[in-house]
Design a protein. Structure first.
Length: 501
């Protein structure tokens, strides 16, 4: 037996164990060892971790094993506890992943096995990446349903005791677009129950949870979430709090970010399993379509819509899918602090609030309100507008912020640079992907005060030398890299005398 030690090192969402080179119970040349993975026994269930060999006894002694933060948290045992280790065999489901990579169609049983192994942390990061890539190639509608059902088994479902529980979700792919933070308080003010789950950024400079976290705590426990919903009628919290495999899903998201992979089929499975776990009965799905959005054309949008509807019907959740304009950013701020600023301007009905964000949020809020069978079709927009203009939505937002735990917004980055027009003319196009890359390079979302403030949008006239947008950064290195990207391609196209620059 070996003694357990906590090594306070943050390894993200990966389980790491440090073992001394002279550990009597571990042999590095063990032929049964796969990728130096071990099972650690002693807790309620085996813990799977990757092995790092160490010769420094100040870190770990020969009769100890040292777990980094993530692994120590999961094993839930005090330091000094006795544990045993054994070689970890390859996950039983890895053969299914290989078959999927080779073009096979997986059964519901195979997806249950894969998700079970993921939930137990049996996959290495390389194997997780292989799983992502295998799904990126092709998934049939039945496979998406099977994966969704498998994910649901590892989520603790909520029951709010009512028949109408609403939420909305945007597929994303365009910068800003923080409509959810406006839709939720409008819906709650109307009288609907809207326990909204949000995600952090996967492949963009900010997710809804990143922006909401500027104003309030989003990492609530199950009990705290329930208390907030029961008190106010809804919430805006980080997805994954009801997920038994949340750390593994976080690791999947980090790999998606690194690989630049975000497949529509996997999006459907993740979104619907999350919403069903939150007790959602009626869901509005926003699919922005644009040249640089995740969904590039109407054909892709219609295919995704049908997939949502098919899986939703099979799982008895009412889905309303809308296709919106994703040709340019919605709102002016790109990055958590700037996006939260825009949201609060809209909720406060400020004259300088971005009107495109206001109008899209009202359109979506109207669709959510029309889930109420008592509301006539087409009346949702006007109800939403009255609630927003009356200040009732702002009041609900204040209640949500205080119930979840009000945060002091961090300052905007002190390092700034104005990007100006190289010629006079009319802005004909804004490349959201380029702006997203610049904002991420500037430090967003990790640096919440980093990002881009748009001063001009498509259709605006500009003079040569006029400011198009302003870059904000918190760190000199990030600032320099963002400037370099913007100098190479600022992301704006300007039409002057029939010529596009």
């Amino acid at each position: 037996m070996l003694r357990l030690k906590h090594l306070p090192i943050d390894t993200g969402k990966e389980n790491i164990v440090f073992i001394h080179k002279r550990c009597p119970e571990f042999q590095t040349e063990d032929s049964n060892m796969t990728a130096n993975r071990v099972e650690i026994h002693g807790g309620l269930q085996p813990l799977f971790a990757s092995v790092y060999i160490c010769e420094d006894e100040t870190l770990v002694k020969p009769d100890e094993i040292a777990l980094t933060d993530q692994a120590f948290h999961l094993i839930s045992m005090p330091e000094g506890s006795e544990v045993a280790i054994s070689p970890a065999p390859p996950p039983a489901s890895i053969d299914s992943v290989r078959r999927k990579i080779n073009g096979g169609i997986l059964s519901a049983k195979e997806y249950r096995s894969i998700i079970a192994d993921l939930a137990a942390y049996r996959y290495t990061p390389i194997e997780l990446a292989a799983f992502l890539v295998s799904n990126a190639s092709f998934m049939s509608p039945q496979e998406v349903l099977s994966m969704t059902e498998a994910l649901i088994e590892y989520r603790r479902p909520a029951d709010w005791g009512i028949d109408l529980v609403v939420d909305e979700h945007c597929i994303g792919g365009i910068p800003a677009n923080r409509t959810t933070m406006i839709v939720v308080p409008i819906a709650i003010a109307y009288g609907l129950c809207m326990p909204s789950t949000m995600t952090r950024s996967v492949t963009s400079c900010s997710g809804a949870a990143d922006a909401m976290e500027v104003l309030a705590n989003v990492e609530l426990s199950e009990e705290e979430t329930a208390a907030t919903v029961n008190e106010i009628g809804g919430c805006m919290v980080l997805d994954g709090q009801r997920l038994a495999m949340s750390a593994t899903e976080d690791l999947l998201m980090s790999l998606e970010r690194a690989l630049g992979i975000s497949t529509p089929q996997q999006i459907v499975a993740s979104i619907l399993s999350s919403k069903i776990a939150m007790g959602i009965t009626h869901l509005l799905v926003d699919i922005p379509v644009g040249k640089t959005a995740k969904i590039r054309n109407m054909s892709e949008a219609m295919s995704l819509r049908k997939l949502f509807e098919y899986v939703g019907d099979m799982l008895s959740i009412k889905i309303d899918v809308i296709v919106t304009d994703g040709s340019e950013p919605v709102g002016n701020g790109i990055g958590p602090v700037l996006e939260a600023r825009d949201v609060m301007k809209v909720l406060r009905c400020r004259e300088d609030a971005p009107q495109d964000l206001r109008e899209k949020a009202l359109f979506m809020a109207g669709k959510v309100l029309e889930f109420d069978p008592q509301l006539r079709g087409g009346q949702g927009y006007y109800q939403a507008r009255d609630i927003l203009d009356s200040g009732r939505a702002l009041e609900v937002m204040s209640q949500i912020v205080h119930a979840q735990g009000k945060q002091t917004p961090p300052p905007l980055g002190q390092l700034t640079r104005d990007i100006t027009a190289e010629t006079s003319g009319i802005i004909s196009e804004i490349d959201g992907q380029i702006l997203n890359r610049i904002a991420m390079t500037a430090g967003a979302p990790a640096d919440k005060g980093a990002g881009i403030d748009l001063l001009k949008k498509v259709g605006d006239e500009v003079e040569q030398g006029e400011v198009l947008y302003r870059i904000y950064a918190c760190k000199p290195t990030s600032f320099a890299f963002a400037n370099g990207l913007a100098e190479g391609d600022c992301g704006y196209k300007i039409m002057s005398s029939g010529v596009t620059y």
